[in-house]
Design a protein around this ligand. Structure first.
Ligand code: PFF
Length: 453
């Protein structure tokens, strides 16, 4: 039998996992949530959620993946054969496939905006809302963009773990961090940027309703890629000397830094232009920001052009590294479970996601009248079911599985690398998984279903 692939270095492990975590969720969704939920107060709660729930759950997935060195479905089959827990393994694989179908559509938009920014269109268009709607509702233009990003992802995945995922993460992640640093400096140097900084740094706790707190939890899970099979799959390629807690801490630190820095890029820029609002919702990066780039740099248009180009390149890189991690769980499952080649497995995942992605993309245009449950379009349905149903259900089951079902010694051995490294607060960790995480996730779930609004 062929030897199973591994990541080649600890740096590769951290950068690949951080690449999964850092995605549209950080640059697109996080600033949107901060803008709509009152700025710094939201960030404080978000950081608490990452520390208290995000990191423990990430480590739980690492334990399952690294111990078994198997794809997510087979990992649960090995750890709890013949029990209903096996369901979670299949759910993880299915969730990642499901997410890829619509995540690739928004990733395609970032490609279009990158090209438009290079061509100077983003910063000169007169009505950016109309420009966005015209593009997303076009029958084939967003599909082409989606197919191109899927193919880019395909090229990486087909090359395998070290040559594909690890190598491209080592290239793209440093570039992404460099772009962020450049953009933060650009944004801070804009006149009037202090108001944006004040908005981000001064907490207004009166804005914190229970629903905002639960949104922060949901956002932290999405951003850290929890409960979607990909952390578990990546961990199955970790070497035995990788330190799980340290890796989770580094990934969470990089992910949160990128999210907050994205806020530092966006809000000073937004506040430097008097008549745009910071709580523009999901249109923030595709509708509000083009106006900001144009108005803020009207006196030196080439800076606006440069800023826009760098920003959409950042968005595209973030999207691509996450797409790779969403592609891999299903590919690894098909490859190992059905003993087919990586090439064939990758092809099946790419083609099936493109097929469903086309439907999701068309739901902004020709299929906008085709509605599912509760009047949702294809895109809304995929977004809702994966992020709001599968994610909390998966997180709930994972915390119970590792907290209650898995052998305590097995968990301890994984966390301490068979007793070779120290682990403080092991019982606190288990307590979080047994009680705190399931309870908190249960609340997120009920909130997302609208039970508290
Ligand atoms: N964490 C990614 C983001 O913040 O955009 C999104 C994501 C990656 C979701 C991997 C799911 C996943 F499996």
């Amino acid at each position: 039998m062929e030897k199973r692939a591994n990541f080649g270095s600890k740096l590769g492990i951290i950068l690949a996992s951080a690449g999964s975590a850092v995605g549209l969720g950080n640059v697109w969704r996080f600033p949107t949530e901060v803008g709509s939920n009152g700025g710094a107060a939201f960030i404080c709660i978000y950081v608490l959620c990452v520390l208290l729930l995000g990191i423990p759950l990430m480590v739980a997935e690492f334990v399952i993946g690294r111990h078994t060195h198997k794809n997510t479905a087979d990992a649960y089959r090995q750890l709890a054969p013949g029990t209903p827990w096996v369901f979670q393994g299949y759910l993880g694989v299915f969730t990642s496939w499901f997410i890829l179908c619509y995540y690739s559509v928004v990733s395609g938009w970032t490609l279009k905006y990158l090209f438009s920014a290079i061509a100077g269109k983003v910063t000169t268009v007169t009505d950016s809302a109309a420009y966005f709607v015209e593009f997303t509702s076009h029958p084939w233009a967003p599909i082409i963009c989606m197919v191109v990003v899927m193919l880019l992802c395909h090229i990486v995945i087909v090359r395998g773990v070290q040559e594909g995922i690890e190598r491209s993460s080592k290239l793209m992640m440093p570039l992404l961090l460099l772009i962020i640093a450049v953009l933060v400096v650009c944004s801070f140097s804009m006149p009037g940027s202090e108001d944006g900084l004040r908005f981000l740094l001064k907490p207004d706790f009166s804005k914190l309703t229970s629903s905002v707190i639960l949104s922060a939890m949901g956002q932290s899970f999405f951003s850290l890629s929890i409960a979607m099979g990909c952390l578990c799959t990546y961990a199955s390629y970790f070497t035995d000397d990788a330190r799980l807690l340290k890796t989770a801490g580094s990934v969470a630190l990089i992910d949160t830094t990128v999210a907050v820095m994205s806020g530092f890029i966006i809000f000073p820029a937004v506040f430097s232009v008097a008549d745009v609002s910071p709580d523009a919702g999901p249109g923030l990066v595709f509708i509000t920001l083009p106006t900001v780039f144009e108005m803020a740099f009207a006196h030196v248009p080439w800076i606006g052009w440069f800023f826009a180009m760098m920003f959409y390149l950042l968005l595209l890189l973030a999207a691509l590294t996450s797409m790779m991690s969403i592609h891999e769980p299903t590919t690894a499952f098909l490859l190992e479970h059905f003993q087919i080649s990586r090439r064939a497995a990758t092809r099946i995942v790419t083609l099936s996601c493109i097929f469903v992605g086309v439907l999701c993309s068309l739901s902004f245009g020709p299929l906008s009248d085709v509605k599912f449950l509760f009047g949702m379009t294809f895109f809304d349905f995929f977004d809702f079911v994966s992020a709001k149903v599968f994610l909390p259900v998966g997180g709930f089951i994972i915390s119970l599985f590792v907290g209650w079902k898995l052998d305590r010694q097995l968990v301890r051995d994984e966390l301490t690398n068979q007793g070779t490294v120290k682990m403080h607060f092991f019982s606190v960790y288990i307590f979080i998984l047994k009680w705190v995480a399931p309870l908190a996730i249960g609340l997120i779930f009920l909130n997302e279903l609208g039970l508290f609004s």
